[in-house]
Design a protein around this ligand. Structure first.
Ligand code: ADP
Length: 385
């Protein structure tokens, strides 16, 4: 049976160094035909030796679910790529040159881009369809210079491509549009602050559908307090830790990326677990929660000023979509700024986009589920036509 173009799915791949996330999505309808995760790629004792083997394992699993990838007339493969560097400001069709450029950006994203390149290479060998790279940084490529520039010597910044890139861009862009759809207003008319709160967390200021500021920077370490990342610290902390604690730069990098944030303060990085401990009266959990919320308020206030007022404050991703207490705490005391949540609306559980501010409030506070795979599938389909 041949399917009409509008029914043909896009395969969305997100390759990490030892994992491969996949989703088979019909971009027009959002229908998810299949999704899954292949883990432990290349690890000792694992049956999955490399990313080609991971694709084989994915294909076998799909066959087990009655989906024959080869016979499916796949429309395209969309690849999530973390870092687009200074050059990629929108999705691109992947050829050998693009793949080389993604690889060359590995200095900026040493954990992510090499894995993405390996995943792309394997997928291009296996699937003879157009391949598209969708970059996590792309939505922020248009940040105005005053927001993207670090106050360090310009020649050095130029030589090493140092700027604020921002991440989670696919999510922020998707949620900005989904919020406009929810409100039934053109995205061009809205000033939004979007809080993407998952394991990684980032805030963005969006005017008319375009990002004007974001909390992540050269790397995803800057900004909000996250599951295991510190977010903003005094840049002087690095030198201090080097001198006083005798840590190397790599050790400091690992400390701030993997052992800090909610984990460093409370001993757990998962937010549900944090909330359980909070309810049990754990002091470390209390401090972690309060630090997370304080930093969030700091950014909400900053972006309110940068945008000159906002129409919508939007919560998304695992914590943003699910944590009643975070949403309540972040908005608490902001009534004077027109920001408040309705207690019952905030407490209602739902998987769909919804407004949680009281009717007639000056600022709409909303919970809008993100869907990065669908966004990647749509951008991929748009590009290949
Ligand atoms: P990722 O950044 O890996 O995509 P997610 O967006 O899935 O992460 O968010 C993961 C986080 O969301 C975890 O800290 C998890 O504890 C939190 N989370 C998921 N469900 C809930 C819930 N019901 N209440 C509070 N936090 C939740």
């Amino acid at each position: 049976m041949t399917e009409s173009p509008s029914e043909r799915p896009v395969l969305v791949l997100n390759a990490g160094s030892s994992s491969l996330k996949y989703q088979l999505v019909v971009p027009e309808t959002g229908e998810v035909r299949a999704r899954g995760l292949v883990e432990r790629i290349g690890e000792s004792g694992s049956e999955v030796a490399d990313h080609s083997a991971a694709l084989q394992s994915m294909a076998e699993r799909l066959r087990g679910e009655g989906i024959d990838l080869e016979g499916l007339s796949l429309r395209a493969v969309g690849h999530r790529v973390v870092h687009g560097g200074p050059g990629f400001s929108e999705p691109v069709a992947i050829d050998d040159e693009v793949l080389d450029r993604i690889r060359e950006l590995s200095a900026l994203a040493p954990l992510h881009n090499p894995a993405a390149a390996i995943g792309i290479e394997a997928a291009r060998k296996r699937f003879d369809v157009p391949h598209v790279a969708v970059f996590d940084t792309a939505f922020f490529a248009s940040l105005p210079p005053e927001a993207s520039t670090y106050a360090v010597p310009r020649d050095l910044a130029e030589k090493h491509a140092i700027r604020r890139y921002g991440f989670h861009g696919t999510s922020h862009q998707y949620v900005a549009q989904a919020t406009a759809d929810l409100l039934g207003r053109p995205v061009e008319d809205l000033r939004q602050v979007i809080l993407h709160l998952g394991n990684g967390c980032s805030a963005s200021a969006v005017r008319g559908g375009h990002a004007v500021d974001t909390s992540m920077g050269l790397t995803p370490l800057e900004g909000l307090v996250m599951g295991t990342r510190s977010g903003d610290v005094d840049p002087g902390l690095h030198a201090y830790l080097g001198r006083e604690a005798g840590l190397s730069l790599d050790e400091i990098d690992t400390l701030l990326n993997k052992k800090s944030g909610v984990l460093g303060l409370s001993g757990v990085n998962d937010f549900r677990e944090l909330e359980h401990r909070l309810a049990a009266g754990d002091a470390g959990a209390r401090l972690a929660f309060d630090v997370v919320v304080h930093r969030l308020k700091h950014y909400v206030g900053a972006y309110l000023a940068i945008l000159g007022g906002i129409d919508a404050l939007v919560f998304t991703a695992g914590v943003g979509e699910n944590s009643v207490s975070v949403r309540a705490a972040v908005t608490d005391g902001l009534e004077g700024l027109g920001i408040e949540v309705d207690r019952a609306r905030n407490a209602a559980r739902s998987k769909i986009a919804r407004v949680i501010s009281p009717t007639g409030a000056m600022v709409v506070v909303a919970v809008v589920p993100t869907n990065e795979e669908l966004a990647i599938a749509r951008q991929t389909a748009d590009l290949v036509g």
